[in-house]
Write a new protein. Structure first.
Length: 128
């Protein structure tokens, strides 16, 4: 037996005969690959108001104050929404899922002030 490659070598005076035996194949079992599925999507958008003017009621003077803010984000319109679902099906009619979702910052008005916004969030869920 050859010490380098693990093959059997036989030698005679007239010819050389070599036999190679694969001892072990390494890799991922095809049944495991078929049992795993990954679904994902992402939505990217840019929802803007080009020239927004905000009006603020002044209760002392009974008038409205005008504030020109220029380009702002549209109310409750995140720039990014991403979803990912890993499904493992070890048995027929039984699966385990890991669901992940990300939503970027959302503004609760059209002013785009960070204090008037919902923080970005990332949630996970496991179910079967």
């Amino acid at each position: 037996m050859c010490g380098t490659c693990g093959c059997n070598v036989t030698h005679s005076d007239t010819h050389t005969h070599e036999t190679v035996q694969i001892l072990e194949e390494k890799g991922v079992d095809p049944e495991i690959i078929e049992a795993i599925r990954w679904d994902f999507n992402i939505a990217l958008s840019k929802n803007k108001i080009k020239d927004f003017t905000m009006f603020i009621d002044n209760w002392d003077t009974w008038e409205q104050e005008e504030v020109a803010l220029g380009e702002t984000n549209l109310i409750l319109s995140p720039n990014t929404i991403a979803n990912s679902i890993f499904t493992f099906t070890p048995l027929k009619n039984f699966n385990i899922q890991w669901v992940a979702k990300y939503v970027s910052r959302q503004y609760v008005d059209n002013s785009s002030y960070e204090y008037n916004s919902l923080d970005p969030y990332f949630v996970n869920d496991f179910h079967s």
